[in-house]
Design a protein around this ligand. Structure first.
Ligand SMILES: Nc1ncnc2c1ncn2[C@@H]1O[C@H](COP(=O)(O)OP(=O)(O)OP(=O)(O)O)[C@@H](O)[C@H]1O
Length: 262
């Protein structure tokens, strides 16, 4: 398969072990170019572990990890990672936090600042460039973290429960901002969440993982809801409810198992 047509990410029969503990036994996952995939699963099933495999931070004990058709060796330079806890430096202004990765890459501070200002506007934070993190709300800090990841223009964006700490209204706002940015400049995106509603609202496809240990993919459902999506209305539609039921049918069983295992 050529690099043009190969999936952005392909995991085949991937297992991950920590010593004698098999966290993930047999994971399959394919993410196409420009596709938005959400991964859901019970707590501790290995969702973050899978993202770490895609970044190259963790090595699979067996199985294949391919990025745009090439076997991943070492760190994945095409991926950008946004974590649940923001990597924001308290002594730097918002714009300098956003431009941090560019400075590490060798851009001058002034050039990085210029680019950072463009990204601050894209995430709706024009006018907040000189604020320090403690002068921003939780939602605004998330927008900084999102700009910090996207300014690097990774071909594969990895998000690990990025909005889980936010209240429901701010979360919805973040969904809108994320979908607008993704729609404008489609990149491959893997989004980890516990929240099935969030997964359906955002993604093209929802992948369900089984309860751990030894987890695997138990199913996937295409989310054929039209785009652009109205995140405030979507969850009340019949189509949404029917997708929710279908996925919960698989996920609910795994969540039950994880309670028993704990
Ligand atoms: N570095 C590590 N050493 C040992 N065990 C680990 C390590 N990292 C993760 N694990 C274990 O691997 C399993 C999967 O962890 P992981 O964090 O990937 O789950 P998760 O699905 O992301 O969990 P959550 O939904 O609670 O965030 C868990 O049982 C966890 O305790």
């Amino acid at each position: 398969m050529s690099i043009q047509t190969a999936p952005a990410v392909e995991l085949r029969n991937v297992a991950v072990r920590f010593g004698s503990f098999t966290a993930v036994a047999e994971m399959n996952l394919e993410v196409k170019k420009a596709e938005f995939v959400a991964v859901v699963g019970p707590t501790g099933c290995g969702k973050s572990t899978i993202l770490n495999v895609v970044t190259g931070l963790l090595k699979a004990a067996h199985g294949d990890v391919e990025i745009f058709g090439e076997r991943l060796k070492g760190l994945n330079s095409r991926s950008g990672y946004m974590l649940q806890q923001e990597a924001i430096l308290p002594w730097k202004t918002a714009e300098d936090n956003v431009g941090l990765g560019l400075v590490f890459q060798g851009l001058s501070k002034d050039e990085a600042r210029l680019r950072a200002r463009e990204w601050m506007a894209k995430v709706g934070l024009k006018g907040f460039e000189k604020r320090y993190p403690h002068q921003l709300s939780g939602g605004q800090r998330k927008r900084i973290a999102m700009a910090q990841t996207l300014i690097m223009e990774p071909q594969i964006v990895l998000m690990d429960e990025p909005f889980s700490a936010l209240d429901v209204h701010t979360r919805r706002l973040m969904h809108r901002i994320l979908l607008d940015l993704w729609q404008a400049d489609k990149r491959s995106l893997i989004f980890i969440t516990h929240d099935l509603e969030e997964a359906i609202v955002l993604a093209d496809r929802v992948v369900v993982m089984s309860a751990g240990p030894g987890s695997r993919m138990v199913g996937e459902v295409e989310i054929n809801l039209p785009r652009p999506r109205d995140v405030s209305q979507l969850a009340t539609t019949d189509e949404f409810v029917s997708l929710y039921r279908r996925i919960w049918d698989m996920l609910g069983k795994e969540v039950e198992k994880s309670y028993v295992n704990q």
